[in-house]
Design a protein around this ligand. Structure first.
Ligand code: X3X
Length: 360
């Protein structure tokens, strides 16, 4: 009797292990990646929901022209994402302001559209003012300082604030060069800009900065810049050497570039947080990796091309001159206290981080 009981118990034991193993194999393990905004439980649900039919079409919008690296980078990222997700994530790119751009593009994101906005971070500043300070005037000496700064804990905290406003930031460093004043006169000090009407993008940061630098800002979308120059509505503009060469600004006759370096031209990549969280984790990883890789690639490429671009512009008759940097810095410093939501503390925090980055 005792022997039979032992046999029965061993049989139950073997059966229990078998059932347990089967149950364990039947459930696919979730990808163990969590985000700032999602619990692991939610990630598991998202993963188990992934099926072969998953498909999302996103519209990506920006103002850049076909010859500009930013356009090439966005097209390349979209193509790789389509390929690596086996067609699940299709990003349709719309360059040259064909659909909503600037403030309107970011608004699409905030409203939760299936939309990716690629714009200067100061447009995020309308929702989280720290981003206006991040790209404020006269801050950076080179691209790397900015790239290091956006990876600091301080800026990571700001990106969390953007998420609270429904904006997921996928990148902040699609750099397209330092922005300089482009006119038909030699500009060295803020006094030289008195009465000079300059086209700027419609971001409040840009408008106020160019005014503080002594000019009269005329906010216009990029697409209206050339006709405004032709018609004499503006006397010049501000932009990078890459903008100058790839959109042929030098053909307008505005051939004096004052090396103010007042802004680092950079674009971020923004998507609605709700849309982002609805995308299965394995596709989000691919998207993030591809945008990161394109940002790295394009920044290195532009760094290596800049000297040749300057030479080529000079061969078209463009003349570059140094400016009184201290005078422009002095003229614009007050903006860190007067622009909406900004205060000198934020400026000081940025300067402290930059000092560390520079090894001071
Ligand atoms: O938000 C994006 C940037 O601010 C665009 O700057 P903008 O409007 O001076 O355009 C730069 C050109 O290179 C576009 O072709």
């Amino acid at each position: 009797m005792k022997k039979e009981m032992m046999k029965l118990l061993s049989l139950c034991f073997v059966l229990a292990i078998g059932i347990g193993l089967f149950a364990g194999c039947a459930k696919e393990a979730p990808i163990a990646v969590s985000t700032n905004t999602e619990t692991e439980a939610e990630t598991e649900v998202a993963e188990s929901d992934v099926d072969d039919d998953y498909k999302l079409v996103l519209k990506l919008s920006h103002v850049f022209s076909p010859d500009e690296q930013l356009t090439k980078s966005m097209d390349a990222a979209a193509a790789k994402i389509l390929e690596k997700t086996n067609g699940a994530i299709e990003i349709q790119t719309f360059p040259q302001g064909q659909i909503a751009t600037y403030k309107d593009g970011v608004e699409q994101v905030v409203r939760g559209a299936d939309f990716i906005s690629v714009e200067d971070p100061s447009y995020i500043g309308d929702y989280v003012p720290e981003f206006t300070a991040l790209v404020g005037p006269m801050l950076y000496n080179n691209y790397d300082e900015y790239r290091e700064l956006v990876r600091t804990e301080m800026v990571q905290e700001w990106t969390k604030k953007a998420e609270e406003k429904g904006i997921k930031i996928l990148a902040l460093d699609f750099i397209f060069g330092f922005r300089n004043v482009i006119t038909d006169k030699v500009v060295v000090t803020p006094e030289d800009l008195k009465g000079v009407k300059l086209r700027t993008p419609g971001s409040q940061l840009f408008i106020e900065t160019l005014n503080a630098m002594g000019a009269t800002s005329t906010p216009l979308p990029w697409g209206e810049t050339f006709s405004a120059l032709e018609q004499g509505i503006v006397d010049g503009l501000e932009g990078s050497e890459f903008t100058n060469i790839n959109t042929k600004v030098y053909e307008t006759g505005k051939k004096n570039v004052a090396l103010t370096n007042h802004f680092l031209g950079t674009c971020g990549v923004y998507i609605s947080l709700d849309v982002w969280n609805s995308i299965p984790e394995k596709y989000r990883i691919i998207m993030q990796e591809e945008f990161d890789a394109e940002a790295d690639y394009s920044v290195e490429l532009l760094k290596s091309q800049h000297a040749d671009v300057v030479k080529e512009l000079e061969s078209y008759g463009v003349e570059f001159n140094e400016v009184d940097v201290a005078a422009f810095t002095e003229a614009t410093k007050g903006l860190y206290e007067t622009l909406p939501g900004l205060n000198i503390e934020i400026y000081n925090q940025i300067q402290a981080e930059l000092a560390e980055i520079r090894g001071n």
